[in-house]
Every structure is written in C-alpha cells, then in structure tokens.
Design a protein around this ligand. Structure first.
Ligand code: MN
Length: 499
C-alpha cells in the first residue's frame, strides 16, 4: 500500500449529556466514556479512536461538528448518549456535518443491578432513553448513519466498529482520489461509461485524462538501471517462464513491460493518483498492453480498471483501502466463461489484469501473444485464485443515479488444470446459484467488470452505499427474481422522487 491512511486518520467519539443531574453526573459520564474508548482501542481497531469529550449544549455540539467537518484527520464520528441528551441541541451540528456517522447504542453497565438500582442509578444510566431521543433527531433530519447496538466490552461490538472504521477510511480516501485514464473508454461500450461530473459530486473521486502519447514520452526518461532493478524484483517475486528468462526469446518483452511500469508509476506519482485505467486499443508508442504493471500496482493498493473503466478502478481502490492488511486479497475481475455443469459457475479472468493478492501460489511471469490491440506479446502474471467466500461488486450509471450491485460468491478450485489458458483466473459460484445469481446481476444492469474481495462483507459495502447515499442491490442466498424486480421498481420511484 502506498498510503498510510490508517495511520493519519482518526475516528472521533463524542458523548451527549445534559447538566440536569449535576456536575457529579457529568464527571462520571466523562470518566465512563473515556473507559469505553480505551477498552475498544485496546481490543484492536484499524485506526485511532479519540474521545473528544462530553457535550451538553447547542453551542458545544455545533462547534464539535464544525471542527470534525473541517478536520483533515477525522474521517468519521461516533456518538453515544450515557444519560438523556435533549436532541434539539444536535440539529445545527448534524446539519453542518457530512462525514460518516455511527450511533453506538450501548450502556456503561452490562446488567441491571436488581437489588441496588435506585433513581440516581437510573438517571445516570439511561442510554435506552437518551439514545432514542438522539436517534429521533437523526431520522427526522433524514441523515444516513450506522447504528451499532451492543455491549462495549463484547468483541462483536468492537468488530462492528472496526469494520465500519475501514469503510470510513476508504470513503475518506475516495474524497481525495484522483483516477488517471491512459486513453479513453473503449469505443461503443456502454456499461463502462458514465457521468464523471456526477461521480465526483456523489462519490467524491476525480477522473483525469492522460494522453497515451505522454506515457510514451515518459518512457524515454526511464533509465536502464531502473529497468534492471525492477526486472531483478520480478525475478525474486515470481517464477519466470523459460521464454522470459535472460536468454529467453521473449526477454525483450519483460524489459519493455518494466519500462512501461516505471513510466506509469512516474505519472501516477506526479498526478498523486491512486487509481488508473488503460485501454488495449489506445497504446500508441507503447510496446505492449501494460498488463504486468496493472497487476503489480493493484497488489500495492492502486485501483485499476481495464478499457477505460474508471468506475471499476475507483471501486477496486475502495476495496484495496477497506481491506488494507487483511489476508484474503482483492482484484479487478471480469465475467468470462459460463460453466453449466456441476453446481454451475463462472470463470473469471481478464486479458491480463488480475491482482496477484488473490493467488493460491507464487505467480508465474509469462509472455504470450495477445490477439487484439496489434502490439507485441505482453508480459503477465499467471495464477489461479485461492478458494473461499467473497463479494463481487460494481457501480453502474443508471442515468438519474448510480447503482451498486453486490453478489456474494464462492471461489472454488477449478475442476481441472487449465494448461492452455495464459492468464490469471478465478472460478466462482454466484449465490444463490448460477441461474438466479447471474440472472439477477443482468437484470440489475451489472457490468462484466467487477471489484472482488475475499475480505470485505456485504455490511461494509452497504455502509459505503449509505454514506454515499447511493442505491445498492444485494444478490445473496435469499435472492428471488420476482422480489428483486419489485425492489428495482420501488427504487425507480424512490430515486425519481428524490432527485
Ligand atoms: Mn474487460
């Protein structure tokens, strides 16, 4: 990963109260809140959670949220009501705040102390009361937020917060993300196109264009020493096919692949871009389709989309940030070939560009001709994805809104070796099965390109869609086509009314 967003970001925790029950009560609320944040942090959170105090007036609430909104480090806020907190005081603050919001519905004490409970105890420990008052005003303001209900010392509660914090990190990243397109979208293709202005307004990221000629020119500034160093890295990280070895007949292609990778890196660094697209049909001045570069940059955390697919590049970057440090891996993928035998499954691959973080073994660096694009034979990493459950997602432009489509899938070992297939691949069964899963995806208008992850959950993607206030359709083991059609029809009206 080329960015330490988790190291430089924070989640701010704030507690609501009022002064009705005296200074002693406020001091206790403050001490308890600190204890909760300390305990959650000690259990392991993906980024720092900072307790920002107890607030009990409109002025304090408004000042707090204005500061959170303006802060470079704060990527989300957690609220909790220990006692009662009259919610009119939250209105102005909430309206000034547009970052992710999580409402934690917990209580300092786990159990009711049956023999000791009195009115003092009840007045101090009334989260059931205070959190409802707070929740009302958030709903009244039609403000999207996540609600987590659970005891603060339980691992399940901490896990819910930790998962959401990853979404906040990725959302924060997308608000500053630049995506570079080397060349335009592939001609005539509908699903990879879309409204880049609307995407920046709704989803946050900025899509830029770099002529392929500029990339060709930057290649000239790459030195032989840089190429030698990079090829040495290839040799240590991958198993090289015979024709890619120093005396192999396609060694030149490996060297040119390294030159392209170095040139792409230079441009991405200058533009401070963390995602990019290529197009096999726009390669003037290049030796080959830069497949190896795309694979390696993805593995480092860059977003990638082929054929100019900037929406998927953004989504792959989102997955990379959300899943940073997790073991399963994530990738750009494309639905390629159906398998109507057995349980029914789909072979996922691409011309070249599959991320090696999902590989089941050390990838092989191979060079093979590519039938389209009219360029030299490109270098690429060849491997099979490991097995496991995961999520595949896409974002499509429906004209009046973006729609995210998520399918739960099970990656399996292919039923046999694929000795003649010169590209990386994954083999998955969509939930609930091929017939409904693929049928539902097509009905929703889903792309052939997806962002895929072994590490993320449907809930995290739903949190992301809610933060973006974007339509989301989930295809999982419960999906039935006729109910899905109802949902899509209802959504059509909802989003038409909302505009
Ligand atoms: Mn493609």
């Amino acid at each position: 990963m080329n960015q330490n967003i988790y190291e430089r970001s924070q989640i701010w925790f704030v507690t609501g109260a009022q002064l009705l029950y005296g200074d002693d009560a406020v001091a206790q609320v403050d001490a308890h809140s600190r204890q909760i944040v300390d305990k959650l942090s000690a259990g392991g959170l993906p980024m720092e959670m900072v307790y920002r105090g107890t607030i009990h007036s409109r002025e304090e609430v408004t000042a707090f949220f204005r500061e959170a909104e303006a802060s470079e480090t704060c990527v989300g806020v957690v609220t909790w009501m220990h006692t009662f907190s009259p919610a009119k005081m939250w209105i102005h603050g909430l309206k000034a705040f547009h970052k992710p919001l999580l409402h934690l519905h917990t209580q300092f004490h786990r159990e009711i102390p049956w023999s000791d409970i009195d009115m003092d105890y009840m007045n101090l420990n009334q989260s059931a009361h205070g959190d409802r008052e707070f929740g009302h005003i958030v709903s009244r303001l039609r403000r999207n937020r996540k609600i987590v209900v659970g005891y603060w010392q339980d691992d399940t509660t901490r896990k819910s917060l930790a998962d959401w914090m990853r979404v906040c990190a990725a959302w924060g990243d997308q608000q500053k993300l630049t995506i570079v397109r080397f060349g335009d979208n592939m001609n005539d293709v509908a699903v990879t196109d879309g409204d880049k202005v609307e995407a920046e307004s709704v989803l946050g990221y900025h899509v830029d264009y770099v002529p392929v000629g500029d990339l060709a020119e930057v290649q000239q500034s790459v030195t032989q020493a840089e190429i030698n160093d990079l090829v040495a890295q290839y040799t240590s990280e991958y198993t090289l096919a015979p024709n890619a070895l120093p005396d192999g007949m396609d060694r030149k292609r490996v060297i040119e692949a390294a030159r392209e990778e170095l040139a792409i890196r230079k441009i991405l660094e200058v533009k401070n871009a963390k995602a990019f697209t290529t197009n096999f049909d726009a390669l003037h001045g290049l030796d080959q389709l830069p497949g190896l570069a795309s694979q390696r940059l993805m593995a480092e955390g860059y977003g990638f989309g082929a054929e100019g697919d900037w929406k998927t590049a953004a989504l792959v970057r989102l997955f990379k940030v959300m899943g940073r440090g997790l073991p399963g891996g994530s990738s750009f993928l494309e639905d390629y070939v159906l398998h109507f035998a057995g349980d029914g499954a789909i072979l996922q691959s691409h011309m070249l560009e599959v991320c090696p973080t999902i590989a089941d073994a050390k990838p092989r660096l191979e060079v093979h001709p590519l039938g389209i694009g009219g360029k030299a034979a490109p270098a690429r990493l060849v491997f099979t994805a490991h097995s496991g459950k995961g999520v595949a997602a896409t974002v499509v432009d429906m004209g009046n809104r973006f729609r995210m489509i998520v399918n739960c899938v099970e990656v399996r070992k292919p039923e046999a070796d694929l000795p003649k297939l010169p590209v990386a691949r994954a083999f998955w069964k969509p939930e609930p099965n091929l017939e409904i899963g693929a049928g539902a995806w097509i009905l929703c208008g889903g792309t052939h390109h997806t962002a895929f992850s072994f590490d993320l959950t449907v809930e995290q993607l739903a949190d992301y869609a809610e933060i973006a206030d974007m339509e989301m359709v989930v295809i999982d083991e419960k999906t039935e086509i006729f109910r899905l059609k109802e949902t899509l029809r209802t959504n059509e009206v909802y989003y038409w009314m909302k505009k």
